[in-house]
Design a protein around this ligand. Structure first.
Ligand SMILES: [Zn+2]
Length: 272
């Protein structure tokens, strides 16, 4: 590794690396964190390299996460390595992007719902967490739900080159209402709050596979699930209706861009 040298901006000598504990404030609280940076022995000027600054940010983020009961970045890394998972493995297991895993293992703070999802994934479970609605994720089931909804609506929900702008909203209502009324989602899908509404998480990577799936290979829909799908179709005969309805839902409105919408929010639905 190349050795970094830093000189005091006030014209003094070369600065030296010093380790210390510093009180830093973050989100309204003070934390004592270990700090390593360059210090001028003549005037006390301090400066950090990009790496040193990033390490301090990670330390503060971890101190904060510890204080509010969230997994720290270090705990996420350790938990993942214990299961012998790569960042990509963990991302797939949670149906999130690898960038999210990288951020949480760094200085980004995960939401409460994502913290639950992380804990489930790091305990070797795929189901039972708030982001899959107590069901294993099933692509054939997503296809089956689209086919059933299509029968009710009298039109195809998935078209060629579909971006799932509308289809995902129908699916979201189907999954959320099923969770609210049966305690289980229909497809195990995870949803994110995007600017244009709730969207199937990682839909870009999943869409081709969903198109190709054979719906007859999925677990058949129960009479209760079929009734829910009929209700969704009757409530939203046109695409614009489902689009507008999702934009009025507190479960979507209360999320920041990209945040997952947990199934525990199903009790807050207002349209159905
Ligand atoms: Zn100096």
């Amino acid at each position: 590794m190349k050795e970094t040298r830093m000189y005091c901006p006030h014209g003094h000598k070369e600065m030296t690396v010093k380790k210390s504990e510093k009180k830093l404030s973050f989100r309204g609280a003070q934390f004592s964190v270990p700090v390593e940076q360059f210090v001028c022995s003549e005037c006390g000027e301090e400066a950090g390299t990009v790496e040193q600054t990033a390490a301090i940010q990670r330390s503060i983020a971890d101190a904060h996460r510890k204080s509010v009961g969230l997994l720290t970045g270090r705990e996420i890394v350790e938990g993942r390595k214990k299961l012998n998972l790569t960042q990509d493995d963990l991302a797939k297991k949670m149906s999130v992007g690898i960038a999210s895993i990288k951020r949480w293992e760094g200085a980004s703070i995960q939401s409460k719902s994502m913290d639950q999802a992380l804990r489930s994934a790091l305990h070797g479970q795929n189901t039972g967490d708030s982001c899959t609605g107590n069901r294993s994720f099933s692509l054939p089931r997503i296809k089956l739900v689209f086919v059933e909804l299509g029968k009710n609506l009298g039109r195809k929900l998935l078209k060629k080159n579909d971006k799932m702008l509308f289809a995902a909203k129908y699916l979201w209502y189907a999954d959320m209402i099923a969770h609210r009324e049966t305690g289980q989602s229909m497809t195990g899908a995870t949803y994110a709050a995007l600017p244009l509404g709730p969207q199937l998480n990682n839909y870009r990577e999943l869409i081709e596979d969903i198109m190709k799936e054979d719906p007859s290979s999925a677990e058949p829909l129960s009479p209760e699930e079929k009734r829910i799908l009929t209700r969704v179709a009757l409530k939203f005969p046109r695409e614009q209706l489902v689009f507008k309805a999702t934009h009025r839902e507190p479960a979507w409105k209360s999320k920041s861009n990209g945040q997952l919408i947990p199934y525990t929010d199903s009790g807050e639905l207002t349209a159905l």
